[in-house]
Ligand binder design. Structure first.
Ligand code: LM2
Ligand code: CA
Length: 592
């Protein structure tokens, strides 16, 4: 379990989140206060989101605009060290450290510091990927323009700091036969650090302590299984503060090195979790009623970081038992993530990377391979974490409760409640299902945070609910119907003015509202403070009608106002059209 850390200092931004959520919560619900309480959980309580291969600027923006308002507890970022450079052609060069400086393809030290500040201000911890088992296996220049060769990293390591006399390379049979080789030979030919040496331990701890000094709160330890637990414990003992550690120890049946050997050092990545969810969600999810450690999971829930997939498993579907669902599975993937965030086991980690067809391909980058800003409208990034914002709120709202009111149809529809705080139904079938469910919730109307629409629970705790094919319905106390801002009053007909209806299909998370802003004075003259509020009555289509001058060319964009008062703009270019000389106009748009 993630240890509780002192929450990020309660800044003005955090305070305004609380105030904003309280103002927006519908008065009819009676549960508004818990919505407010949940808007800014203390750092360390919410799920982890792994924004893999995102550059520092983009992570910073996402913390402010999306992750903080949603209630994510921590963001795991890519390795920040200076790595071997393949110039943007592949993603994996970042797992070959060249030296311990913040000159990576994701940005420089200043950008890294700005990211930490933005994420802390938004209430999140920052976890860095720590690649400490090895250095490079190939190459001679880094992203920071540093020259090196395998076993020789001037200023950091020399030949005698490696296990290379002679070097051996781990082969597949070693995992079951020879734990010594797993930890002392080279993983994929990567120069294996002699983590038994005091000098090497000090170098590694020095690097991690520099990151901690910059504000990093935790580390994902890459290839932890390839570092002897005694060596890892010795490195841990040299760390300043008490960073949260989660260790990549891939579980394989019958292997010499087992996850349980590491739970005394940190939490462990639960690789069996994602394999089992793939089996169930491509099979019969009713079996999940008993899902837990007895299913062969490798560590207990309070020691596990769980995930549907990660950057390795999404590329190795049929490789060494690591078959998992990936974003390419569409709704099935989404439902498995809904289950992960709803089911009480481990600390869930939502994975969000970039889209790919060549499994070697690197993320979108500029000339030298430096990663360009993540743009969720471009189709190049999955931005899957944005689809889970409502479920993050669910996860936080039901913390500490247990599963009850289990329902399944003997096939691929399940439902359960979490105490009297939340209830979820998952339909993994091709047709919709309508029935009366026992939710265990207090009477009221709740927004479906896993999709759209709402659920009305009667005084007996039951609700008649339709769960559409391949989708989920999740409701929780504190999650009211999507808040409706007071819409701008409908304009009356005005000669020379064109009543223009804006219809924007926009998915929002709890507390966000949508506005239209543009160059016309009636659209606020591009000033977000003067933008026109859209009504969510027909969510996900947000609507408003505005009187605009006739026969004029108009530029505009939609914006989201977040609970903390920040603004999220649509991506470029501006939208434009020309109003007719008479009659009315309609704009039908989808957020981009
Ligand atoms: C990890 N966890 O333990 C990372 O999650 C995983 O992504 C890393 O492998 C691995 N350990 C090492 O940190 C990736 C990638 C490999 C790639 C390595 C190093 O999956 O394919 O290996 O990063 O960049 C590449 C070549 C490989 C070559 C090696 C050394 O693909 O053919 O081996 O570099 O030159 C001769
Ligand atoms: Ca090793």
């Amino acid at each position: 379990m993630r240890s509780y850390k002192p929450p990020a200092p309660l800044t003005a931004a955090v305070l305004s989140v609380l105030a904003g959520a309280a103002l927006l919560a519908p008065v009819s619900l009676g549960a508004a206060s818990s919505a407010a309480a949940q808007a800014a959980p203390p750092a360390g309580t919410g799920p982890i989101v792994k924004l893999w291969s995102w550059n520092w600027n983009s992570v910073a923006r996402e913390c402010t605009d999306v992750l903080g308002p949603a209630g994510y507890g921590a963001v795991q970022v890519s390795p920040p060290h200076d790595s071997m450079s393949k110039g943007g052609s592949v993603w994996w060069d970042i797992y070959q450290p060249a030296r311990y400086t913040l000159t990576s393809k994701f940005g420089d030290e200043d950008a890294f510091k700005r990211m930490i500040k933005a994420c802390h201000d938004a209430g999140l911890e920052v976890h860095a990927d720590a690649v400490i088992n090895h250095m490079t296996g190939q190459g001679s220049t880094s992203y920071g323009g540093y020259g090196f060769s395998k076993y020789d990293y001037p200023g950091t390591y020399s030949s005698w700091d490696f296990r290379n006399s002679p070097a051996c390379v781990i082969d597949d049979a070693d995992y079951r036969n020879d734990g010594w080789r797993v930890q002392n030979c080279e993983l994929s030919g990567l120069a294996d650090l002699n983590t038994g040496s005091e000098y090497v331990r000090n170098q590694i701890a020095g690097w991690l302590n520099r990151l901690t000094a910059l504000g990093v709160d935790g580390f994902r330890v890459d290839a932890a299984k390839h570092i002897h637990p005694d060596d890892l414990a010795a490195i841990k003992s040299k760390l300043t503060g008490s960073p949260y550690l989660h260790l990549e120890v891939i579980h394989g049946d019958g292997e010499k090195v087992q996850p349980g050997q590491y739970t005394g050092i940190g939490d462990v990545h639960e690789f069996v979790f994602g394999r089992k969810l793939k089996e169930q969600f491509t099979g019969q999810i009713h079996w999940l009623e008993t899902f837990g450690q007895s299913w062969g999971l490798s560590v207990p829930g309070d020691k596990a970081v769980t995930f549907v997939d990660n950057h390795d498993t999404e590329r190795k579907e049929s490789w060494k038992n690591d078959a998992t669902l990936t974003y390419k599975y569409g709704d099935t993937y989404k439902l498995a993530n809904v289950f992960m965030l709803a089911w009480p086991y481990g600390t869930p980690r939502v994975y969000s990377g970039f889209t790919w067809s060549d499994k070697e391909a690197g993320p979108p980058s500029s000339g030298g391979g430096f990663v360009t800003d993540a743009d969720c409208g471009s189709g190049r990034w999955t931005c899957f974490h944005r689809q889970m914002t409502g479920m993050v709120g669910f996860h936080n709202a039901v913390a500490g409760t247990s599963v009850g009111n289990w329902y399944d149809n003997g096939n691929n529809v399940i439902a359960f409640s979490r105490g009297n705080k939340g209830w979820v139904a998952i339909n993994n079938e091709g047709g919709s299902v309508t029935r009366t469910f026992t939710t265990g919730l207090p009477a009221g109307t709740y927004a479906n945070v896993a999709g759209s629409g709402s659920v009305t629970v009667g005084s007996d705790g039951t609700a008649s609910v339709t769960v559409p094919a391949k989708s989920a319905v999740a409701v929780h106390v504190g999650g009211g119907p999507t808040p409706t801002p007071t819409p701008t009053p409908s304009p009356t007909v005005d000669p020379g003015r064109i009543a223009t209806s804006f219809n924007a299909n926009v998915t929002t998370s709890w507390g966000q509202n949508v506005f239209v802003v543009g160059d016309a004075a009636e659209l606020g003259g591009w000033n977000p403070a003067k933008a026109v509020a859209l009504s969510s009555a027909d969510y996900p289509v947000w609507k408003a009608t505005v009187n605009l001058p006739a026969g004029r060319s108009i530029s505009y964009k939609y914006i989201k106002k977040n609970p903390d008062g920040s603004v999220t703009w649509e991506s470029d270019p501006d939208r434009s059209f020309t109003t007719p000389s008479s009659g009315t106009a309609t704009r039908t748009d989808t957020w981009r």
